[in-house]
Design a protein around this ligand. Sequence first.
Ligand code: OGA
Ligand code: NI
Length: 322
Amino acid sequence: MEIKNSFQMANSIKPLSLTPNFILPEDKRPQLAQISPLASIPIIDLNDHVTSSLLQKISQACEEYGFFQVINHGVSEELCEIVMTAVTQFFELSPKERAEFFTEDITKQVRLFNYYLKSEGQEKVTMWSEIEAFVEYAKEVDTLMHRLFRLISQGLGLDKDCLQKRMGDKPRLRAQANFYPPCPDPELTLGLAVHTDLNALTVLQQSAGVTGLQVIKDGKWVAVDPIPNAFVINLGDQIQVLSNGRFKSVHHRAVTNKTHPRVSLAMFYGPNTEDVIGPIEDLIDDEHPPVYRRYRYAEFLEKFYSQEGTRRMVKELFELPK
Ligand code: OGA
Ligand code: NI
């Protein structure tokens, strides 16, 4: 497992009104009044025994939403709190203090951008104090990822190790903390643009009590409100391809609000660049011809980065003609 950290933030100063560079064209604005407060995504209790009804609940969530929340996920609550506090404190540093960390100079030992940490631990880590907790957190989330992969494989009617094997010998785990400062006009902008996750599976922890994440369901935006001690799980593009389109990597976005800063910590899990991804053979038959061609993950990443700044349509490029 390889761990990479990156920290994203919006503007580091708090403007009284939005400067033009934050204002979206009218048709891209969030239309917050239209968000349904009633709909919610499925909640899965991982303390439940693995029965066919649990697997059915998971596969239904993966087919219909591409999202679910998990409770009793096995990651220590204390650790969750420590990492969220650390990340929040980091974003509360003054812009000047924070600026020190934002370097892309890979020769710097202390850096938060594109920092790679190998799990063997041979690299000296002299980052800010909570990094040890962070490594511990990453280990526990890694265990949860494996567990979710088994459940999702079984939900597809496959052998429980099937999906995990497709992640290869060197799967990657990348951490990304997102900070959304209070925004003077949430109607005019977005915290995070509409996107699907390019990796295989994402485990997201969000600030308690602050809503912001939304997913599309039947053409409508649904808020994914934080539940205490829960993680939001969402399927990335690679699972959609591996499942031959049965399980969905769904569009989602983060909206802002006027009063509360919001932090989320996403852990992205996926294959390594040399791994080959394509629909799993056991899911293909006469009635279910392959929807996607096989590709090296590096090829997918290359297409992904070439579409920077657009509403990316990456997996579509790998679709086979019908
Ligand atoms: C992401 C993401 C949602 C959020 O980082 O890919 O979708 O609520 N984050 O921050
Ligand atoms: Ni995302």
